[in-house]
Design a binder for this molecule. Structure first.
Ligand code: GTP
Ligand code: MG
Length: 206
């Protein structure tokens, strides 16, 4: 799949304010600072598309981007939405605000009819974190289809990344009968880009 164009559209405070659900949509979520905005930029080959920051909590609303893609240079064009969501579990924001972000995210995930797949980002440098396991369990409860994306693979030795991925999947197997697809990525080296594009291609858009 080739991304022909990606453009920022709108930032919405709630699912009710999001653009009309008239095309396929894919969203990126994960802990604050896990690399959601960076991954979107890597996928779209545009480092300035989604705002990134070394300080967690940068993305605070539901950000829609319009994407045009095709299977080949001259192939038919598909138009779809890509969504950058705020991170969950950022300790430094007030509890009240964290709760309202949580509610906003839950409403978005459960109400957005055109959401085809959610990419759940997990930092590959760490052993399984309770907050991520809890989040994927909620997705099971809400029946939201998702793919696991292990980020920042360039920051550790490959053996460490593999061990952390395996530990996460093993933890999931305590409650899950089937495991979702998973991809190891790096926004720095572009590792995993083709695999992500393949998943998008197979799920709906061309
Ligand atoms: P919030 O919007 O605050 O929730 O963060 P986010 O998940 O969108 O993370 P963002 O993309 O802003 O990246 C956070 C920090 O991690 C930035 O300093 C990025 O440069 C860095 N980063 C993201 N992805 C990678 C990666 O694959 N490799 C390396 N080395 N650094 C990365
Ligand atoms: Mg962000």
């Amino acid at each position: 799949m080739i991304i022909r164009k990606a453009v920022y559209l709108i930032s919405s405070p709630s699912v009710d304010k999001c653009p009309k659900a008239d095309r396929a949509e894919y969203a990126f979520i994960g802990r604050s600072n896990v690399g959601k905005s960076s991954l979107i930029n890597m996928l779209c080959n545009n480092s300035k598309l989604a705002k990134t920051s070394a300080a967690p909590g940068k993305t605070q609303s539901i950000n829609h981007f319009t994407v045009a893609s095709s299977r080949s240079e001259k192939g038919a064009v598909s138009n779809w939405y890509l969504v950058d969501l705020p991170g969950y579990g950022y300790a430094k924001v007030a509890q009240q605000k964290r709760r309202s972000w949580g509610q906003m995210i839950e409403n978005y995930l459960r109400k957005r009819d055109n959401l085809i797949n959610l990419f759940v980002l997990i930092d590959s440098r760490h052993e399984p974190q309770e907050i991520d396991l809890e989040f994927v369990n909620s997705l099971g409860e809400w029946q939201i289809p998702f793919t696991l994306v292990f980020t920042k693979a360039d920051k550790s030795k490959p053996g460490r990344v593999q061990a952390n991925v395996k530990a996460f999947l093993d933890s999931m197997l305590q409650t899950w009968q089937f495991l979702p697809q998973s991809v190891i990525t790096s926004a720095t080296t572009k590792q995993g880009r083709e695999e992500l594009l393949q998943i998008l291609d197979e799920s709906n858009v061309r």
